[in-house]
Design a protein around this ligand. Structure first.
Ligand code: FPP
Ligand code: MG
Length: 265
């Protein structure tokens, strides 16, 4: 073995040890604070990550999907009860056909995997898809139906996957249902308040997100949970989604715990 490879191996070992030590320290630190009940994740940077490595953008999404499975494990270990993932916006559906097809195929695989996943059933994770599902092809809708059906009795944890989702579209859909209920005589105009309105959103049964995390250096919501995020804490990080490390997530939680939430009071 050449001296340079030995030095490289030692360097990698030392970095891994430091990383593991730091991860453990962060894990211990956040155990003393309040864990967010609901975390929203905006997965961003898949294509830029792939481009920097000279890979096809769809490979970026595949790695992004693998990363999502890993990140969900971390969230569950930390004790986060509800996770909402922004997987596909209505705008994403306007991307080149090849990319949209690849994303839809990944989403279908994700929902089909849920039905077989030992982890999901053992942890009692209730899966729900949020969005204008009628815009999606039948095989994906069928996978969504089966995943929701096979987990509907679970209440330990909740995983919401936003697909064909837009926050304005969600608010409009709620307004339409409200108007139709008023016309049908099932709802009084005087009874429409923030609480009743929230019951008409896709997230009717979820608490509002305490923390919303976006990767890749972009600092905007892009329509994610517009109504629900009124008092959410935001955490933006520069890493691209496929390269997110556990320490990045733990640092986001630590920052959340250090913030003072006053809800406008
Ligand atoms: C953002 O990166 C990512 C997406 C638009 C798609 C995210 C989807 C997955 C990880 C797979 C699907 C998974 C499920 C569970 C349905 P980007 O494409 O905006 O990358 P860029 O910002 O670098 O251009
Ligand atoms: Mg992007």
């Amino acid at each position: 073995m050449k001296t340079s490879s030995v030095l490289q191996a030692i360097r990698t070992w030392v970095i891994n040890q430091i990383y593991r030590f730091y991860e453990k320290r962060l894990s211990n630190t956040i155990k003393n604070g309040e864990v967010p009940r609901h975390v929203g994740l905006i997965l961003d940077g898949n294509r830029r990550w792939a481009k920097e490595l000279g890979l096809d953008p769809t490979l970026g999404h595949q790695y992004g999907f693998e990363k999502l499975k890993e990140v969900l494990q971390w969230c569950w270990e930390i004790g986060i009860g509800t996770v909402t993932v922004y997987a596909l916006s209505t705008e994403n559906l306007k991307r080149p056909k090849g990319e949209v097809d690849a994303l839809i195929a990944l989403a279908e695989k994700a929902f089909n995997d849920v039905i077989e996943s030992k982890e999901i059933h053992e942890r009692g994770v209730r899966i729900r898809a949020l969005g204008r599902l009628h815009l999606l092809k039948e095989s994906l809708r069928e996978a969504v139906r089966k995943a929701e059906e096979s987990t509907k009795s679970y209440s330990d944890r909740r995983l919401n996957i936003a697909i064909a989702y837009g926050g304005r579209a969600e608010i409009l859909d709620a307004a339409r249902k409200i108007i139709s209920d008023v016309i049908n005589g099932d709802l009084e105009v005087g009874d429409i308040n923030e609480e009743t309105f929230a019951k008409y959103l896709y997230t009717a049964e979820d608490p509002d997100p305490d923390l919303i995390i976006r990767t890749s250096g972009e600092e905007r919501l892009s329509g994610f949970l517009l109504w629900q995020s009124a008092y959410s804490e935001f955490y933006f990080m520069d890493v691209y989604w496929p390269e997110l490390r556990k320490i990045d997530l733990l640092r986001a939680i630590r920052t959340y715990q250090r913030r003072q939430r006053r809800f406008g009071t």
